[in-house]
Design a protein around this ligand. Structure first.
Ligand code: PBG
Length: 322
């Protein structure tokens, strides 16, 4: 009895009809733009594998943030490229560190823009690992002190949200405790709860100059094969006090975004990472894909899967189209 009574094409006939029955909508206010901040003045250095993305000195970063505000973008997330790196990741938690100074400058110029800071050590360690290396491996508990100190220094500089991305166990609890003890009980934590050891971070490591100098990150980032473990990571981070959680990368993990959306009633973010961006950018440059449509379709899929917040290098371009 279905056909010819039911004809799905009826409601697809015009853009007005399609728009009327559209289930999923994108809004610039739900995008977070990742930005890379470096030392110097007037620096705007394009990242080879991420066309249209730059390492920016603070003066240029502030301009980029003003543009983000004018486009209605929900927030920015900052990654720092320090002048020098060491075994102790001291640049990560220094009061005068690059991210700390950048946050203060942004908050001065565009106080309403939500500034999220990535809390991690890999951009600041000489070996490129996300924590303190002891006997060739990252020492979990020793690393927690660096992360807590970084989060507090970011909050002190004015960060609206801190976002640990290191994948150490117990970091959310350690950061929550440190924030509370230091007078920042109202600073939320966005935990990169389910972060996978993904090949798609490749271009980012060029951008942030953070590739590990030996080994890889598989002893702390997750195995891409594991879904149940991802739910457990999220559950534990929520127990430790995370206010929001993230799945990363996004498009290869849409099933997990949906699974998390159905299970946990907290704001859910997904990170469309550098490699996801670069694939589309490269195909578009070759004339193999329509850039705008690929961008919007990929973002729509992430939204449809259940992510309320999307971290994306397309934030500005997508906002312009919406
Ligand atoms: C830091 C960090 C990484 C990304 C975000 N935070 C790199 C990594 O874990 O190697 C990747 C983001 C991207 O690829 O766009 N730990």
């Amino acid at each position: 009895m279905a056909f010819p009574v039911h004809r799905m094409r009826r409601l697809r006939a015009t853009e007005s009809l399609r728009s009327l029955v559209r289930e999923t909508h994108l809004a610039p206010s739900q995008f977070v733009l990742p930005l890379f901040v470096c030392t110097g003045d007037g620096v705007r250095r394009e990242i080879g594998a991420m066309p249209g993305n730059y390492q920016l000195s603070i003066d240029e970063l502030v301009k980029e943030c003003a543009e983000a505000v004018s486009l209605g973008i929900g927030g920015v997330i900052l990654f720092g490229i320090p002048e020098s790196k060491d075994e102790q990741a001291s640049g990560a938690y220094a009061a005068g560190g690059i991210v700390q100074r950048a946050v203060a400058a942004i908050k001065r110029e565009t106080p309403k823009l939500v500034v999220i800071t990535d809390v991690c050590n890999c951009e600041y360690t000489s070996h490129g690992h996300c924590g303190k290396v002891v006997d060739g491996d990252v020492d979990n508990d020793a690393t927690l002190e660096w992360l807590a100190a970084s989060a507090v220094s970011h909050a002190r500089a004015g960060a609206d949200i801190v976002a640990p991305s290191d994948m150490m166990d117990g970091r959310v609890a350690a950061i929550r405790r440190a924030l509370d003890q230091n007078g920042f009980p109202n600073t939320p934590i966005l935990s990169y709860a389910a972060k996978f050891a993904s090949v798609f971070y490749g271009p980012f490591r060029e951008a942030a100059e953070s590739a590990p100098q030996f080994g890889d990150r598989r002893s702390y980032q997750m195995d891409p094969a594991n879904a149940r473990e991802a739910m457990r990571e999220i559950e534990l981070d929520l127990e430790e006090g995370a206010d929001m959680v993230m799945i990363k990368p996004a498009m290869p993990y849409l099933d997990l975004i949906r699974m998390a959306r159905d299970r946990f009633d907290v704001p859910l973010a997904a990170y469309q990472v550098s490699g996801e961006f670069s694939m589309i950018a490269a195909a578009a440059r070759n004339g193999w894909l329509d850039r705008e449509r690929a961008m919007l379709e990929s973002l729509t899929s992430i939204r449809r899967a259940g992510a309320g917040v999307i971290l994306t290098y397309f934030a500005k371009d997508a906002a312009r189209l919406l």
